[in-house]
Structure formats: structure tokens, C-alpha cells
Design a protein around this ligand. Sequence first.
Ligand SMILES: [Zn+2]
Length: 159
Amino acid sequence: MQAKQDNVVSIHYVLRDTDGEIIDQSAEGQPLNYLHGHGNIVPGLEKAIEGHGEGDEVKATIEPEEAYGPHREDLIQKVSKDAFQGVDELAPGMSFRAESDAGPMIVTVKEVEENEVTVDGNHVLAGQTLDFTVNVAAVREASAEELEHGHVHDGSTHE
Ligand SMILES: [Zn+2]
């Protein structure tokens, strides 16, 4: 069976940046399961895996436009420290869920000043070219329920 629309694909992956440093990888013996064609993974990776089957190795270099998007300066903003009431020690690198015009988003604290905090709403991998090495572990048909939900049910917690 091949990876195509509405199939559940299990992959082992290693993600490197353009310097060859590993940014992320699937856990040993625990492939990532995703529902193909439903935006569960970045578009460029889905395209690269399309048509491949169990045992195939796929190497793909994916530009930001097909990954987590370009880095946007307008997503870096200064907000009042009052917005962080209840947070004991505000420090760069901390991330928070925030409401925005475009819905909920994760922001990362860049800088903490006397009264203001600079936050960055860009995905940590925005603007980065991603170098994936993928091994396809399995491909199966999705259940009707998985298709209805738009994601895989693999026995782990479900929201
Ligand atoms: Zn579900």
C-alpha cells in the first residue's frame, strides 16, 4: 500500500537544519502516525512521501513556504507586562498560549524589560529550510472514524 489521500502513514523521521544539526526526530521504535492529505504534517513533507510505501527511504529538503512559513517580523510584538500577571519568573524562552486576531497561537518570550515584554508569535521553525530523512514504516487504510476526525487514532490520548 502506498501513501496517498486518506491513508494512515507511519514514519520514522530525522529533521535537520541546513547545517546538518538534528532539530527533531521520532522516538526510537515509535514512528509518527499521520493521516495523509489532512494537513497533519507540513505540506512539503506530505508531498515528498506521497506514493511511497513500507520500507522506502525519502529524503526531502523543504523550503519555509512548504514548511512552517516565512519568519514574520509583524508577529514580534511588545506587550505590557500586565498581560503576564500570575507568572512568577518571566524569562526569555518561555512560551505561552495567547489569543490573537487569527485565533489561539503560541508566543515565545524574547526579551523582558521593566514594563514591557517582547513576544514572538512565529513558529520556532518559521523561516527555516527543513531537511528530512524519512523511513516509511507502514501504510494502512484509515477507519471511517479517523477520516471523520481528520487524524489518527493510535491508542494514545485523544482530544
Ligand atoms: Zn479523533
